[in-house]
Structures are given as structure tokens and as C-alpha cells.
Design a protein around this ligand. Sequence first.
Ligand SMILES: [Fe+2]
Ligand SMILES: [Fe+2]
Length: 497
Amino acid sequence: MPKQKKFNLKPEIDGTTIKRWAVRIAVIIVSSIIMAVMVRFATLSDEDVANSVLRGEPILQIVILSLINAAILSTLFTYTLYVKRDSDVGIRDKTVPVIAVAVLLTFVFSMIFGSLVSLYIVPLSLCSLLVATLVDRRVGIVTNILISQTFFLAYILVYGTENAVESSAALVTSMVASIFLIMFLDKAFSRLKFTVVGMLVGLCTAVIPMLINYLVDANETTTILLSGLWSFLSVVLSLAVFMIVLPLMEYVFRLDTQFKLQELSSLENPLLKRLSREAPGTFNHSMVVGNLAELCAEAIGENSLLARVAAYYHDVGKMKNAEYFIENQKGYNPHDDVIPEVSVAMIISHVTEGYAMLKKARIPDEIADCALQHHGTTPVNYFLYKAQNLTEDNLDRKEFSYPGPKPRTKVAAILMITDTVEAASRALAEKMNSPKDFRALVHNMIKQKADLGQFTECPITYKDLDEIEDTLVKAIPSMYHARIQYDNNNRDREKKD
Ligand SMILES: [Fe+2]
Ligand SMILES: [Fe+2]
């Protein structure tokens, strides 16, 4: 019986962890100071604002403001750790910079439009949309609440309490609009659709500040109408900047969003086009795995588009030595001319080659990680047995196994399962005639991976594995049905002839 691992309550602290935390703290401190300086600078530059609360020693005020900002950013980051404990390990290191950049950008745009057009243009939705899209929707909503309160505080400090009701109305409206936009993020699969719906949200929520201003003074028709206009423009501005900034942040931080995944799923993508030209067999295999992975992810409540896209790119590394992979061979098998050790090195290298290619093409980390993990640490049995037949020496099993790491997310585990099941069912399709055959095949494939300990580093459960098995048993026969029917008919005809 394998020795049971002791549960370690204390996280291991090594050089990388210390460096990671140092970067996080530095980002929080720097962005907090920038925001504090901006608030203080706005107060000094606006001579007309006689009500400013901030008077006196600027350095001390900047220090105090920085501390307040740092407390808010740290709270957001802590909340991110709290909600994202089990999944999405890819984003964790980038959370602080992403939140800091999103908050800073919103701050800068608010300052610019506040001084150029109107105080009540607050692109608050920009911040929450960026965080919701790049980090997590729940964190986006908490960001929305915390940042709007911070903005309100900044308004009071800079402009005094004279316009408190109007500022508050603008911020409440932005908060409401942001929540609707965040909820809609999941449903909108194109940037255009999202923009159109965003504008509608902007129009509907513009009523809120108008009603609040009506309560304050029903005779101030211009103020009432203008508050609606500023509110609408706040949402439009947020959406416009969001659409420009999001692709830049996706690129810089190598993060995937539903929008980015949509783009990557296009077969016009240069890497996929190259794959279809240089390794057509692998390309077809990846498309089928994409369909299966999407179905499985849907069945267990994971991101189905991410699963599909990860499957599309999981074997791009095979382009380097395409003819060494069975699906691309047309008669000639180059493995016949080399020793098993060389063969296995060629086969195994496709995971690291693929990972390097995806990194170079700046494909989001989550997809590159799936490519690296899709074979885990499994052995390449065919060449291991072939080598064992050629020698009496004891072979190092590790040399005939993939380097890992094992799947770290549920999507990576789905990819591992669908990849092997697709390859095996393609090879055995003709021999399988009943649903029982398909179930036996899928069950054995999943069991084999589990027995090899391939799911010990990801949060997948037995229930998930059952769901995946059921999904594949239903999906595979229909996928190969046409081919099997065609082959059987032909065989029957040949027999008759
Ligand atoms: Fe592979
Ligand atoms: Fe594959």
C-alpha cells in the first residue's frame, strides 16, 4: 500500500514564494502611492474648489491616502485568494497587478473626464469589468463595491460635501450598471453584442441619477437631464475603454477570457492553420478531442469553451516531427528505422515543444499549461515494451514516460481523458459494435489514468469522472457511427461479391 501523504497545514516557503509576495506587496504599495498622489494633485490643481477637505501637510496626506488605498487593494487581493482557492491557479500570480492596473486606469480616466467634461462622468464599470473578465466575476462585484466607496471618499476629500448627493447618485448608478454588465459577460460571446447590450444597460440605469436629482430639486430640469446623460456616458466610456484595454491586458498578462477564447477557436488562427497543413492527422484528432472535451466540461460545469480551445492546441508540438505520429503517417513509419529510445524521445518531446510554441505565440497560460499537462507522467507503453523485448537490462521506466506535470485543473484532466479515449476509439472503432463495448473502453481508459495517479494534483472528483464517462459513452458512438456503418456495409457487399 502506498505511503499516505501527511496533510501539510503550513504552506512551504521557498525563494519563489518570497519573490512572489515581494512583487505583490510592491505592486500594492506603488499603485496606492500613485492614486494618493493623484487625489492630492487634483486637490491642489483645482483652484475653484474651495470646499476641499485636504488642506495642510501634503506629504502626510499622501502617506495616509496611500495607506487607505493599500488597505482596499489588499482586501481585494485577500478576497481573490479566498474565492479562488481551488481552481484557476494560472491567474493567481497575476491577480494583484491585474487589479492594480484596472483600478489605476479607472482612476486616471475618472480624473481626466472629471476635469475635462464633468465630475459625474465616472467610468467605474471599467474597473469591475476588467477584474470580472480577467480575474473572477465575484471579485469583480466586490471590486465594484469597494472601489465605488473609495471613489466617493476621494470625491468628498477633493471636492467637499457640497456635491455629495450628485456624486453618490453617479456612483450608485455605476455600481448598478456594473453588476448588470458583469452578469451579462457570460452570455455575450461577441464584443459587438456585449457593447450593444452595454449601451442598453447604460440607457436603463440613467434613470436612477435623474430620479435622485429630481428628489433633491424637482425644478432643476437641466441638472436632472444632465445627470442622466453623464450616467449614460459613464457606461459608454467604460465600455469603450474596456474594449481597447482588454485585448492589451490579455496579451500582456497572457490571460484567457471568453472573448479571447472565441478568437482562439477560429480555425483561421495562424497556429491552427499551420497544424492543418503540416500535421493534418493531428489537426483532425484535435478537432474531435475539442468536441468531446467541450461536452465533458459542460457535463461537470467547467468552462466548455476553454476545454474546446485547449484541445485544439494541445498537440501543436507534433508539427515539429509530424511523421513520427501515427495519425500523420501515410504508409511509411520512421520508427521502423530508429531504436525505441529515439522513438520515445521524439514522441515525448511534443508536449514541451508544444508548450514552447504556445508561449512564443503568447497563447494564454491556461491553454499552454493544458498542452504541457495532457499526458501527465504516463509511460509510452508501446516503445517501453518494444525496448524491453530488445534488451535484458532493467530499463528506467522514467525515460519512457512523459515528464509531467500531471493535470492541475479539471479542464486539463478532461483533456487527458478525451485525448486517450479519442485515439483508442479511433483505433478500435471497427471492433466495437455495442454501447457496452464503448463503456468498457472509456471506463478502462479513465481507470488506467487514475491507477497511474494522474489525477492526484487536480480537484477532479469521482462524481466528475462518472459524468465524463457517461458523456463520452453517449458521444463517441454517434461520432464514429457513420464510419462504422459505412465500413460494415462495404464489408457486407464485399462478402456478397
Ligand atoms: Fe499529445
Ligand atoms: Fe492528442
